[in-house]
Design a protein around this ligand. Sequence first.
Ligand code: ADP
Ligand code: NI
Length: 217
Amino acid sequence: MKNAEIIAQTEAYVREALAIGGAGHDWWHVYRVWKNALHIAEQETVDLFVVELAALLHDIADHKFHGGDESIGPKTARAWLERLKVEEAIILHVTEIIASLSFKGAKVATPMRTLEGMIVQDADRLDAIGAIGIARAFAYGGSKGRLLHDPNVPIEYHTSFETYKNSPAPTINHFYEKLLLLKDRMNTATGRTLAQERHAYMENFLAQFYAEWEGKI
Ligand code: ADP
Ligand code: NI
């Protein structure tokens, strides 16, 4: 099968699998990450086939919806790529990227070994910030029944994935615990530039939010 056909079939597979995924991990999140990744990759010399496959498959199965099993994403991606008879070296690379992608807490490093992976990580993180990032955070918080904001709940810079993942904090805390940290954790020059604009948008949003909170404007 030609690479273009593998990408087209993978797109159709993910589109269907994530058609009704709520809380920010629906097909359209994957679509945006895919487009972000292609945009960033324009400035880099990389294996685009790996970038596209990893972007398309990166959220194919989320540990949050599989009893915390963190190997479920790479495993599901591998099963799909084996079905399409993709060569083993590519499968290893794509599944390694998927396994290393996620943010795991303010004080937890998330190293990425290859430039292909760095591009997909930047692309995924861009979709967690800016206008879309704000919308996704409140959608996620709403799905968990969290408060928008509670000035009495302190910010926590998590040192482990466990405490980060299980934090019951209001959604505004998530801005400090993840979203506002992402611009300094970008891997590529293009990712950094795009992140700066989206970051500034979130800062404006927060300033407006606090002013409205106190009835000041
Ligand atoms: P990633 O794709 O970086 O691994 P996640 O799967 O952790 O991101 O989260 C999916 C979306 O939900 C992201 O936009 C993320 O910022 C948001 N999110 C995750 N945890 C929280 C939280 N505790 N409060 C609000 N939003 C959250
Ligand atoms: Ni994602």
